[in-house]
Write a new protein. Sequence first.
Length: 279
Amino acid sequence: MACALVALYAPTAKWLWERWTMSVWHNAHGALVPLVVAYLVYEELKATRGRPATASAWGFAFVIPALILQIADTGMHTELLSAVSLVLLLPGLSLLLIGVERTRKIAFPLAFLAFALPIPLSLTESLHLVLRHAVTNVIAAVTPLLGIPVFAEGTTLHLARADLVIADACSGFSTLYAAAAVACLTAWQADTWKRRLLVVLCAAPIAIAANILRVMLLVLLVASTGLDVLNTWIHPASGMLTFALSLPVIFWLGQPANAPRRPANGDTPIANASARTAP
């Protein structure tokens, strides 16, 4: 079965790798998602070692639609349908091979694998445009306060030295997609539903703000040194800055509000003291 799956989905895996490594602006986080899923599955299943597994026929409810999508993609050659088929197939195989109990334990990691799927531009074109206009308007409003005159026309910023076009790659969608994935992962590990909701709701504003700050820094560099700075390593490296700014904030929001204090030497933990004095 493993050999058959490798032969069936090898072209899809190659296509996914090409999309993940295309650039830092397009689905770069996808390459990390399978590694995270594999680790989470391993951790969740450690406690079930040695227990007998009972196969569940409910797995066919996932396997059959997955194979239908794979057959459809064979004729359409989109590769995206095949990737969706792979994500849908895994929980079905889990139910068939290791049973309902284990599959329930790894349900979230298997669902999290959907964040590895690249989103086609045709499905996000309107969102890209909204994000581009948001970045342009904020930059046009803030930059003059720093003493740099700028005129916004559509999604183009006219500076004294050059004209900058806020393209789809600068819209911040890649950061938004990655932040959504990290927010879901962080929310899953949070201790209360309020903190989970906080993390999920704050992910998008944090990602958008980080991207606006990145574009602002690039505009300031262009205004001071010229357009050639965008042809250096600074431009692609700035794409990583958005992740460096947004992801730690998301992790911080997901931390417990009041972590338990570790007792010092000689202190008696409250729980143990209560246990000894309770009747």
